[in-house]
Design a protein around this ligand. Structure first.
Ligand code: SF4
Length: 228
C-alpha cells in the first residue's frame, strides 16, 4: 500500500469509538458518511443528543418512519407537539393530510415513503429552527439519506429546502420544480400545514398546486421504475 493510499485509509477509517461517542454531545465533532450502519443507530444518538439546545426541551427525538429502503423520502421542518410526544414525524393533522395527498396518487407511506425532518427535536413553541440548529442536526439527515438511498426527495416547506440545499427562495417560487442535489432528484412542495391554512381547491390555489406537484412526482417515480 502506498503512503497516499495509507493516508486515505486512515482518514476514512472512522472507527474511533471515543470520537463516535462524542457525536451527540458536541456539534464540532464531525459525522462522516458511513458513521452509522442503520437508522436505529442514528436514532440512538438523536435520542441522547445535545448538539444544539433543542435537545434540552424535547420529550422524544423524532427520527423518521416508513420504509427504511423507500424510493421516496419526505423531509419536513421539525417536530411539533404531537410528534414530540409520540416520537413519530407527521402524525398530527398535517401528517394525516400528507398521507391523503400521497395516497391520492397511490403512494403508501409504509411501502413507498420514508418520512423525516431537518431537525429531530421540537423547537419550543414550534418556532422555525435557527440556521445553527439546522446545521448541528444536518449530518444525521445526511446519514439517513445515505442509508435509505431514495431516488426522489420531497422537501416539504421552505425550511426543509433551505436546510438541505441552502436554497433560500420562497416556496411559492420554487415548488413543483425538480432540483438536483447530490445526484438525487428533489422537489420542493408546500408543507401540509400550509395547506391546512389554505383550504381552497380553486385552480391556482395552494391545494390545486400541490395536486399538480404530487402528480408530477408520481409520473417521475413511474418513469424511474420503468427504466430499471
Ligand atoms: S435537534 Fe438534532 S442536533 Fe439538536 S439536539 Fe436534537 S438531534 Fe441533536
Amino acid at each position: 500500500m502506498s503512503n497516499e493510499q495509507l493516508s486515505l485509509f486512515e482518514e476514512s477509517n472512522f472507527d474511533s469509538n471515543d470520537q463516535k461517542e462524542l457525536i451527540p454531545t458536541n456539534a464540532k465533532i464531525p459525522i462522516p458518511p458511513g458513521t452509522y450502519a442503520s437508522i436505529t443507530e442514528v436514532a440512538q444518538h438523536c435520542n441522547q443528543c445535545h448538539r444544539c439546545g433543542l435537545g434540552d426541551t424535547r420529550t422524544h427525538a423524532v427520527v423518521g418512519r416508513g420504509n427504511l429502503k423507500a424510493p421516496i423520502m419526505v423531509v419536513g421542518e421539525a417536530p411539533g407537539q404531537n410528534e414530540d410526544e409520540t416520537g413519530l414525524p407527521f402524525v398530527g393533522k398535517a401528517g394525516q393530510l400528507l398521507e391523503k395527498i400521497l395516497a391520492s396518487v397511490n403512494l403508501d407511506t409504509e411501502k413507498d415513503i420514508f418520512i423525516s425532518n431537518i431537525n429531530k427535536c421540537r423547537p419550543p413553541g414550534n418556532r422555525v429552527p435557527t440556521t445553527e440548529e439546522m446545521e448541528a442536526c444536518k449530518p444525521y439527515l445526511l446519514e439517513q439519506i445515505r442509508l435509505v438511498d431514495p431516488k426522489i426527495i420531497l422537501l416539504a416547506g421552505a425550511t426543509a429546502v433551505k436546510g438541505l440545499t441552502g436554497e433560500k427562495r420562497a416556496i411559492t417560487k420554487i415548488r413543483g420544480q425538480w432540483i438536483e442535489w447530490d445526484g438525487r432528484l428533489c422537489m420542493p412542495i408546500f408543507h401540509p400545514s400550509y395547506l391546512l391554512r389554505n383550504q381552497s381547491r380553486e385552480v391556482g390555489k395552494p391545494k390545486w398546486l400541490m395536486w399538480q406537484d404530487v402528480q408530477a412526482v408520481r409520473a417521475k417515480f413511474d418513469e424511474i421504475q420503468n427504466n430499471h
